[in-house]
Design a protein around this ligand. Structure first.
Ligand code: F3S
Length: 386
């Protein structure tokens, strides 16, 4: 991979974090055949929850942050607790201190106090064609597909390396030809509610790391958020197209492609497969983090006589700030938690069965958090627990 003199200098004589960052980017560029490094307009880093990265992660961030600051606008994924309500979440003091050490290290490097998987709803919204370096698979799927920005599916270290240098290797989804569809998905039933998550789980399993092109689908931005998160969970899908909906759909199909059909029976079977018959001891909505519109819908629920089971509504601190007028109403529906989510917090310490409408959460909670899941529409879940 070609480096400019300035980039060579950073690699040889930069500060510790800059040298490490350049080493990571050069190694990735060489592996994936990048021709050069290109400037980014924003980064989004993952690897911020103490539950996920532990003490080894704190050590890595301590080293990387020595005298180094981000060179592009950078937001970060959810942490393991709400920074204000962590005691209510049952988080032990020692754990909270470790988490705040991680927060402080990122802030020292100039990362914004964002702590959300939906940075595109929290002020860091790229434009079509922007070159960015984002981690967080659901956000990658959203910005590539719904906005038409360009990022590979970065991991925590490579996104941080891009943040600290303002650069990313040009390969993969930064190249036009690699953004074409690899499989056509014909959806033959109208979708609503949890169907988008079920569809994402089905197609993610089938297409793996490919690029699906959906036909017969119309969807709101929130439904696309849910679809993309599920696609990126059961598969590693970084980009999808929807005919007549997403910005790059018109040039996405070039060859004769493999085709699959998804109908009502497939969607219902997938929903059954994701769900158990156990009695939930926690309801967790907001994976990915809830948008303002979703909070408004939740706030409009009339009957709010809680039946005892705790309800979490997870959103970003940014959207929470916009929802000030709704908070009383929302708090009668559930506990509004910011900065965190059901998967990256230590949920296994307080719960065993979680009800959720999220395909991503339904996929990850059993795998990484020892939880059983009840998967259903938000409306049905709320009817059952309010
Ligand atoms: Fe976001 Fe947590 Fe889901 S990071 S996408 S709410 S697993």
């Amino acid at each position: 991979m070609h480096l400019t003199n300035e980039q060579e200098e950073l690699l040889e004589n930069g500060r510790f974090g800059e040298r490490k960052a350049m080493e990571i980017l050069c190694a990735l560029g060489d592996i994936f055949g990048a021709d050069r490094l290109v400037p980014i307009s924003s980064a989004h880093v993952s690897g911020v929850s103490y539950k996920t990265i532990g003490d080894a992660g704190i050590e890595f961030l301590t080293d990387m942050s020595q005298g180094t600051r981000v060179k592009a606008r950078t937001t970060a994924n959810p942490i393991a607790m709400d920074r204000q309500r962590w005691k209510e979440m049952g988080i032990p003091e020692g754990f909270a201190q470790k988490q705040m050490e991680i927060v402080a290290l990122y802030e020292k490097m100039g990362v914004e106090e964002s702590w959300t998987c939906t940075p595109y709803l929290a002020g860091n919204r790229p434009s079509r064609g922007d070159i960015i370096a984002w981690a967080e698979s659901s956000a990658v799927a959203f910005v590539n597909s719904v906005i038409g920005a360009r990022t590979n599916r970065e991991g925590g270290p490579s996104a941080l390396a891009s943040a600290l240098t303002g650069l990313t290797p040009r390969y993969g989804l930064h190249v036009d030809d690699n953004r074409k569809a690899t499989v056509i998905v014909d959806v033959s039933s109208p979708l609503k509610g949890k169907d988008f998550a079920s569809l994402g789980c089905i197609v993610g399993e089938f297409a793996k790391d490919g690029i699906p092109y959906f036909r017969g689908l119309s969807a709101s931005e929130d439904e696309l958020k849910s679809l993309g998160a599920a696609l990126a969970s059961t598969g590693s899908i970084p980009l999808f197209h929807i005919e007549d909906v997403t910005p790059e759909h018109s040039n996405a199909v070039t060859d004769r492609l493999e085709r699959i059909d998804v109908d009502r029976k497939d969607l219902d079977e997938k929903a059954d497969e994701l769900s158990s018959d156990e009695e939930p001891d926690l309801v967790a909505i907001g994976c990915p983090h809830l948008s303002m519109k979703e909070l408004e819908e939740l706030a409009s629920i009339r009957e709010t006589k809680r039946k005892g089971t705790e309800i979490w509504l997870c959103t970003s601190r940014h959207v929470y700030g916009q929802a000030k007028d709704l908070l009383n109403r929302l708090e009668s529906v559930g506990k509004v938690l910011c900065d965190t989510c059901m998967v990256v917090c230590p949920i296994e310490e307080r719960s065993g069965v979680v009800a959720t409408d999220s395909g991503k959460a339904a996929f990850y909670l059993p795998k990484f958090c020892s939880q059983k899941v009840v998967f259903d529409d938000v409306e049905s879940i709320m009817r059952r627990f309010l």
